[in-house]
Every structure is written in structure tokens, then in C-alpha cells.
Design a protein around this ligand. Structure first.
Ligand code: GDP
Ligand code: MG
Length: 360
């Protein structure tokens, strides 16, 4: 009997120690909101054996284009439900044009697309599936046939500048990308170049820590160009492959701030390595206003590509086409959610199919 009690006590103690050591390894609640992902990610991630302190929540329910584009798709679904297979090409193409404008493709582009669609539908069948596939082909054909790969440069370290207005998702995108690149074995340094707000350095340092990558920051109010220069210098010294440079958000019509960005770019070229990408981060919920941003930033710092964030919350996903077809800038990455796995390479096929939806 005594042995039995002793054995029981030992078992309980053993269980207690095991629980404590697990808690120690997985600091619940220490992840920033954005890393917790959507749904019961943390639990599943651990079950899948994502490793101790792994920054990449491997089993996060991965967002898809189709899922994330549901708000932008709404008007198209309604349009296709209304098409009954009869009627005139003119009426159908006018309805398509209106729907494209609702998706924030922009009036001129919507008119041009509707015009071409009129030609491709003439004399053919006018059922919903035919209209959908003709429109899908029309849209896909209007995206750039561009190089969408992210260039990290031939000369180490590659320097990637993230620019854009406030709150578009620059810092979050850097965090997601840093984790992704680090997971692939790329050595990353993050430059906390948003010295304007004290909280910005803290935010980017949490992301860098979660991603397990190197961070260089300066004092609040320090010259952002010199923080970025120091980060590139440091990255060169420790053999980093790439420096992801955060910058403060700025309105495209503020001349002095755009001048500051030009300086950052000039200074970033001066150190070890060279600027391999300047990514303009645009919030998809701002729709056509993103075009004005792209024009101004493009003029100031020779933007090489666009990161279109918050497609998941936007009903204006059509702006992706406007950016490419009107400005000739390739969308390289898209944000389909706040979670770590929600940054995706831009995929035209998946985007258009997600926007127009399949037929039930
Ligand atoms: N839903 C959604 N939210 C995002 C996405 N990207 C960024 N955000 C959110 O947008 C907000 C602003 O992001 P932040 O990176 O601080 O913007 P910054 O000012 O450009 O650095 C944060 O709450 C992010 O979680 C995205 O793709 N989808
Ligand atoms: Mg920021």
C-alpha cells in the first residue's frame, strides 16, 4: 500500500515537471498578435513539431487567394448569378464594366476591358460560364508578363527598401518576409529605419526576434539614412545575405519626406552591397489612391515592385490590375492576412480565379 502511494506521488510529480518544462519552451502569449495567425494555429503548430521557439507557425491555417478575395468577389458572384444566357452582349458587357469599377480597377481600364470583352463575346454563347471565362482570359492577359521574383542582389548583402504611406503594412511585411527567408536558410539583417516613432523600433524588433534574425536599430529621432547605412555595414561584416530596411510611413505629397527617402536610397547604395529592390507597400483597401502613391514613390525612389497588403479585408482587389497595367509596376508579393504565412508571391492565375470565383 505504501509503495502504491509513493508510486502515485512520484507520477504526479513527474507530470508536473513535464508540464512546467513545456511551458518554459513555448512562451504562450509572448508572440505578437500578428504571429498568432488565424484560427487555432499555435496548438496545431506545436503538434506538427514546428520546433522550439520556431518563429514560423508552420501549421497556421494558410490563407488562400480564393478565401482572402471573398469581399472583392462579391459583386462578380452577383453579376454571374444574374446572367441567364440570354440578352445582348451590350447589356452584359456594360454590367461587367460596372462590376470592374466596383472592384476598383478604375473607370478607364474597366471601359477598355469591357470593350475587348464585347469583341470576344460577339456571336458566341452568353451564359455565365462563357462570360466568366472570357473575362478571366481578358484580365489575365492584362497583367504584366514580368519578373516577380524578389532579387536579393548578386553583391552581398542585397538591400531591400520598404517604402510607403503610414499603416500600409511595411513593418509587418518585413517580419513575415524575414521569417520566411530565415526559414529557407537566408541570413537576414533587419534595419529599423523607422526612427520617427519610438514604438516603431520596438515593433520591428519583436518581429526580428520572432524570426530569429539580426536587427540594427538607432535612437528614436536618429537619421534614418545613417541607421540603414550602419545596418548594411554591420550586415556586410557578419556576412548577411540581405538587409530588409524598414522606413517611416510618409505621405507621397510631402516633399521633404520624399527627399528624405531619396537620401536613404542614395546612402544605402554607398555601403557594402547594393539596393536590389525598392518595394512599395500599398494597402489594397485604399484602392485607386494606391495609384497616386505608386506614381509619387516611383518618381522619388525608382520603385522596383509592389507589395499589395490586406487583400483579405479589401473589396477593391482590382487595384492590383490597375497598378500593373496603368503603371507598369509588377506586384511581387501580396498580404492575404495578418498571420505569418499570409505573405505570398503574387500569382496572377490564382488572383483572377479568386476574384471571379468558379461556377457552382
Ligand atoms: N488583414 C491584414 N492586415 C495586415 C496585412 N498586412 C499588415 N496588416 C496590418 O496592418 C496594420 C499596419 O501594419 P504595419 O506593418 O504596422 O504598417 P506600416 O505602418 O506600413 O509599418 C497592422 O495591424 C498589421 O497587422 C494583411 O495582409 N492583411
Ligand atoms: Mg512600420
Amino acid at each position: 500500500m505504501e509503495y502504491l502511494v509513493l508510486a502515485l506521488v512520484l507520477l504526479v510529480l513527474l507530470g508536473f515537471v513535464t508540464v512546467r518544462s513545456r511551458r518554459g519552451r513555448v512562451p504562450a502569449g509572448s508572440q505578437p498578435e500578428a504571429l498568432r495567425g488565424e484560427g487555432p494555429a499555435g496548438e496545431v503548430g506545436r503538434e506538427a513539431g514546428s520546433g522550439e521557439g520556431a518563429p514560423v507557425a508552420a501549421a497556421v491555417v494558410e490563407p488562400t487567394y480564393a478565401g482572402s478575395l471573398s469581399r472583392s468577389r462579391g459583386p462578380f458572384s452577383q453579376l454571374f448569378a444574374r446572367i441567364k444566357g440570354q440578352g445582348e452582349v451590350e447589356t452584359v458587357t456594360r454590367q461587367v464594366e460596372e462590376t470592374l469599377i466596383l472592384a476598383d480597377v478604375g473607370p478607364a481600364l474597366a471601359e477598355a476591358i469591357a470593350g475587348d470583352l464585347r469583341g470576344s463575346l460577339a456571336g458566341g454563347s452568353l451564359d455565365a460560364e462563357s462570360v466568366r471565362s472570357a473575362l478571366a482570359a481578358e484580365l489575365k492577359g492584362r497583367f504584366l508578363d514580368a519578373d516577380r521574383t524578389l532579387h536579393l542582389g548578386d553583391q552581398k548583402p542585397g538591400v531591400v527598401l520598404f517604402v510607403g504611406v503610414n499603416g500600409t503594412g511595411k513593418t509587418t511585411t518585413i517580419g513575415k518576409l524575414a521569417a520566411h527567408l530565415a526559414g529557407e536558410g537566408t541570413k537576414v539583417t533587419v534595419a529599423a529605419g523607422d526612427t520617427f516613432r519610438a514604438a516603431a523600433t520596438e515593433q520591428v524588433s519583436i518581429w526580428a526576434e520572432q524570426a530569429g534574425v539580426d536587427l540594427v536599430s538607432g535612437q528614436a529621432g536618429a537619421d534614418p539614412a545613417s541607421v540603414i547605412f550602419d545596418a548594411i555595414d554591420h550586415a556586410g561584416a557578419i556576412g548577411s545575405d540581405v538587409v530588409l530596411c524598414d522606413t517611416a510611413g510618409r505621405l507621397q505629397n510631402k516633399g521633404n519626406l520624399m527627399e528624405e527617402l531619396r537620401k536613404i536610397r542614395r546612402v544605402a547604395e554607398k555601403g557594402a552591397g547594393s539596393v536590389s529592390e525598392v518595394l512599395l507597400v500599398i494597402d489594397a483597401t485604399t484602392g485607386q489612391n494606391g495609384l497616386a502613391q505608386a506614381r509619387a514613390f516611383g518618381e522619388a525612389v525608382a520603385v522596383t515592385g509592389v507589395v499589395l497588403t490586406k487583400l483579405d479585408g479589401s473589396s477593391k482587389g482590382g487595384v492590383a490590375l490597375a497598378i500593373e497595367s496603368t503603371l507598369g509596376l509588377p506586384v511581387k508579393l501580396v498580404g492575404l492576412g495578418e498571420g505569418l504565412g499570409a505573405l505570398k508571391p503574387f500569382d496572377v492565375e490564382a488572383f483572377v480565379d479568386g476574384l471571379l470565383g468558379g461556377m457552382d
